[in-house]
Design a protein around this ligand. Structure first.
Ligand code: ADP
Length: 459
């Protein structure tokens, strides 16, 4: 910051000197007049006091002016010397823009880039040639055209290394500030990778959904043909085929139901739930609801509720989560085995995600989804243990993909839809909770979900 010396302020020193001279001259005149006898002593004193008072007022006004000047000079001194205000504002805005923007000079070198561009293209402080960072001929051609003052349509390009990226480049010619005859090229890049990925996922999803529905539909149409053809009068075959047809229609209904649940859950995944739910009541309700399946497989379900699990969440969706997990535990367990459900509350995120509980031998643990770290949040955890055949380590990461089913997995009489765990993951995401799996082939599986506790639920 520049230092402002009062005495160097123009005019201030001169005015002080003038004031001193005027006061002195007046005092001398008054003294002479009183000595000569033209003024009484009282009049001379009064006159001197008046001159002094005027001089004092004058001094005050000079000081005020001086401090205003000083203030202005101080503000001026604080201004960085990087150009007029609109240019500085533009620069700041560019620096905060999350879209990569670059300015390319006539020699093809990057003259200016914002932090988003430097991060996106891994540029150092010295920009270097654009062609060293972007090797897409169409983008470079558009930049060359802009350097000749020609505009062009946006260019789309993709690269697979080091990671998959889909980018749209917008190139425009700009006149240089120094010489209005020269051109620079402005290049703005938009990252469309997530949009492209979402498009591909939608297309895959539609293809998978239609494939899953087409299989039972084809089988139904085959049986209808047989029943109306050579099995027309075969009562025993008719009864058998009708039972299979019933199974196929049930499967189609389950698929459509799960697809509807999944699309509803995905639709409001970004809206955090406001309700409250009691995990132990939900677990009890689900056990009752699944009683026929549990008894059908002769599975013993044991519960261990260590502390109440009052959580923030949508009760119906949490019920859907527990039902899917318990149904799987029963479905993928051998007849006569045991399933255990544990509820614990008041855990930190780390305790909920990686509880200090001895895992089954050779088991691997994988987090399928987890909330961001929030230091003071507490969670309630539900763990569902089964004694089924378990899941090999390499299959764990794909478990929550839609329509994914582990090859050769025995699921009792009804084949699953492969949508249950995808539904669980989306519901848990919406609740800002976590979802983990621990499993090892031959040693059963433990699926866990944790949800934010209701405030003050520390019991
Ligand atoms: P599904 O309707 O096929 O059960 P899910 O999405 O619920 O669909 O599960 C996906 C796959 O994960 C299942 O097909 C199965 O292979 C495997 N799986 C899920 N839960 C268990 C479990 N408790 N034990 C073993 N494998 C399981």
């Amino acid at each position: 910051m520049r230092h402002v010396n009062q005495d160097k302020v123009p005019g201030v020193r001169i005015r002080r000197r003038d004031m001193f001279a005027v006061v002195l001259a007046n005092a001398v005149v008054l003294f002479v007049l009183s000595v000569v006898g033209n003024l009484t002593l009282i009049e001379a004193i009064m006159g001197s006091l008046t001159v002094l008072a005027l001089a004092f007022i004058y001094h005050l006004s000079v000081s005020a002016g001086q401090s205003a000047f000083e203030k202005r000079a101080h503000i001026e001194a604080e201004k960085p010397d990087d150009g007029p205000r609109p240019i500085r504002l533009g620069r700041t805005m560019l620096d905060h823009l999350p879209i990569p923007v670059l300015l390319i000079g006539a020699d093809g070198k990057i003259e200016t880039s914002n932090p988003a561009a430097r991060a996106f293209l891994s540029l150092g402080d010295e920009g270097g040639y654009l062609s060293a960072s972007i090797r897409q001929p169409e983008v470079l051609n558009a930049v060359n055209a802009a350097l000749k003052g020609q505009g062009s349509d946006p260019v789309e390009y993709s690269s697979l290394l080091p990671v998959e990226a889909h980018v749209r480049a917008f190139v425009s010619p700009l006149k240089t500030v120094e010489n209005q005859k020269n051109w620079q090229a402005m290049l703005a890049l938009t990252d469309e990778t997530s949009l492209k990925r979402a498009d591909r996922m939608r297309a895959d999803f539609l293809a998978n959904a239609s494939h899953e529905l087409r299989t039972p539909l084809a089988s139904l149409s085959g049986f209808i043909e047989t029943l109306s053809g050579h099995a027309k009068n075969d009562e025993e075959a008719q009864a058998r085929f009708l039972a299979i047809m019933q199974d196929q229609t049930d499967r189609m209904r389950r698929l459509i139901d799960d697809l509807l649940v999944l699309s509803r859950v995905e639709m409001d995944e970004h809206v955090a739930p406001q309700g409250r739910a009691d995990l132990s009541a939900i677990v009890a309700e689900v056990i009752e609801f699944l009683r026929p399946q549990i008894q059908g497989r002769n599975v013993e379900v044991e519960t261990d509720i260590q502390s109440g699990g009052n959580v923030i969440g949508d009760r119906d969706q949490i019920l859907e989560v527990i039902q899917n997990l318990l149904e799987n535990a029963v479905k993928y367990s051998p007849k006569g085995s045991k399933v255990r459900i544990e509820i614990t509350s008041g855990l930190s995120r780390n305790e909920a995600e990686r509880p200090q509980i001895e895992m089954k031998p050779k088991a691997s643990r994988l987090t399928l989804t987890a909330p961001s770290q929030e230091a003071d949040k507490q969670y309630a955890l539900v763990r569902i243990y089964d004694e089924g055949q378990g899941i090999a380590r390499e299959n764990l990461p794909r478990l929550s993909e839609r329509f994914y089913r582990v090859d050769g997995q025995k699921s009792g009489p009804k084949e699953g839809t492969g949508l249950g765990l995808a539904i669980v993951k989306h519901i848990i995401n919406r609740h800002r909770g976590g979802f983990t799996v621990e499993s090892a082939l031959g040693y059963g599986s433990t699926f866990s979900v944790f949800l934010p506790c209701e405030d003050h639920d520390q019991d």
